[in-house]
Design a protein around this ligand. Structure first.
Ligand code: GLU
Length: 287
C-alpha cells in the first residue's frame, strides 16, 4: 500500500540535523512505495513564527534534495477548521472554558503528577465552574482556553469502543507492526483551544492529518506520548487512524536535545562550513 506522509515543522527557528532526519524519513517512507510526501507549516504560534524561517525551511529542504507536493498547507490559514472541530467537541459537552493562569495552575497542581511533557497536570480549577463565574470573566474581556473534560471524553470513548482498548500501530524501522495501548488520561484535562490562538497543537495536527489524508505519521520519539491524546481526539472526532513511526531523536553526546536556538547542529551552519547533503545523511546515520 502506498503511504501519504508529512514533515510538519514549526517555523520558529532554523532547522537542525534532527529535523533533517525527520524530513528524510518522512520523504523516504513515501518514496519507498510510490506514495506522496507532504510538507506542512505548523505556525499556529503567531508570536514565535517568522516568515524568514518559513523561507529557510523551504530552502534547506530543497538543499537536502527533498521534493514535496504543492500547495504546502500553512496552519495559520485554517483556524476556522480547527474551530469547527472544537465546536463538534463543544457540542458533545467535552470542552470547558478555563481562565487559570500558568502560575495559578502551578500553585494548585499536585507536585507528584505531571503530564507526559513534564508540565503540572491541570488541577481542574475551572472544571464545573458556574455560568455566572464564566460570564463574569467574559464580561471583563478575558478570553478562556478550552480544555478537554478527560473523564467525559473517556466515557464517550468507552461508549464508542466498548471493550476494545484505544491503541495505535507503531511501525518499527524493520517494518514490523506493534500494537501500542494509548493512555490519554495521562494528559489530564489538556488544552484543546489555546487562549491566544483558536487552535492547539494536538487539535490542529489531528484535523490536518485527516484532511490531508496522511496514512503514516513519522516523527520523533519525543512525540510518542502525544499520540495517546491525538488518538483520543481522532476517535472523538470520527477521524481515520494513521499508522505511526516514532524515530530516534538526535541528541548531544551528553544526552541534551538539539534546539533551534543553538545552531551548532543547524543545517545552515553546517552548510556554511562546507558540509554537503551527503555529509548530513552521514551525521544522522542514514548514509
Ligand atoms: N510541529 C511539530 C514540531 O515541530 C511536529 C508535529 C508532528 O509531527 O506531529 O515539533
Amino acid at each position: 500500500m502506498s503511504s501519504i506522509t508529512r514533515f510538519a515543522p514549526s517555523p520558529n527557528g532554523l532547522l537542525h540535523v534532527g529535523h533533517a532526519l525527520s524530513a528524510i524519513i518522512a520523504h523516504d517512507t513515501a518514496q519507498l512505495n510510490g506514495g506522496r510526501f507532504l510538507l506542512r507549516i505548523e505556525d499556529i504560534d503567531l508570536e514565535r513564527r517568522r516568515p524568514e524561517f518559513v523561507a529557510a525551511i523551504f530552502e534547506d529542504l530543497r538543499w537536502l534534495g527533498l521534493a514535496w507536493e504543492e500547495p504546502v498547507l500553512v496552519q495559520s490559514e485554517h483556524f476556522n477548521e480547527y474551530l469547527a472541530a472544537a465546536d463538534k467537541l463543544i457540542g458533545m459537552g467535552l470542552l470547558y472554558p478555563c481562565f487559570a493562569t500558568r502560575s495559578e495552575i502551578a500553585a494548585a497542581a499536585d507536585p507528584e503528577t505531571a503530564d507526559p511533557d513534564g508540565a503540572p497536570r491541570y488541577p481542574g480549577l475551572w472544571k464545573g465552574a458556574s455560568a455566572e463565574q464564566i460570564g463574569e470573566r467574559m464580561a471583563a474581556g478575558d478570553t478562556p482556553a478550552l480544555r478537554l473534560n478527560m473523564d467525559a471524553a473517556l466515557d464517550v470513548l468507552r461508549a464508542k469502543l466498548g471493550d476494545k482498548p484505544l491503541t495505535f500501530t507503531e511501525i518499527g524501522e524493520d517494518g514490523t507492526a506493534q500494537t501500542i495501548a494509548a493512555e490519554p488520561h495521562r494528559w489530564g484535562d489538556a488544552i484543546i483551544v489555546r487562549k491566544d490562538v483558536p487552535a492547539s497543537y494536538h487539535l490542529s495536527v489531528v484535523v490536518d492529518d485527516a484532511r490531508q489524508g496522511v496514512t503514516h505519521v513519522t516523527r520523533g520519539r519525543d512525540l510518542f506520548a502525544a499520540t495517546d491524546l491525538q488518538r483520543l481526539l481522532q476517535e472523538l472526532l470520527d477521524l481515520p487512524e494513521p499508522l505511526y513511526s516514532h524515530h530516534r531523536v538526535i541528541c548531544w553526546a551528553d544526552g541534551r536535545k538539539l534546539s533551534k536556538s543553538n545552531q551548532d547542529m543547524g543545517l545552515r551552519a553546517l552548510r556554511d562550513e562546507g558540509a554537503t547533503p551527503a555529509d548530513i545523511r552521514k551525521v544522522i546515520g542514514l548514509a
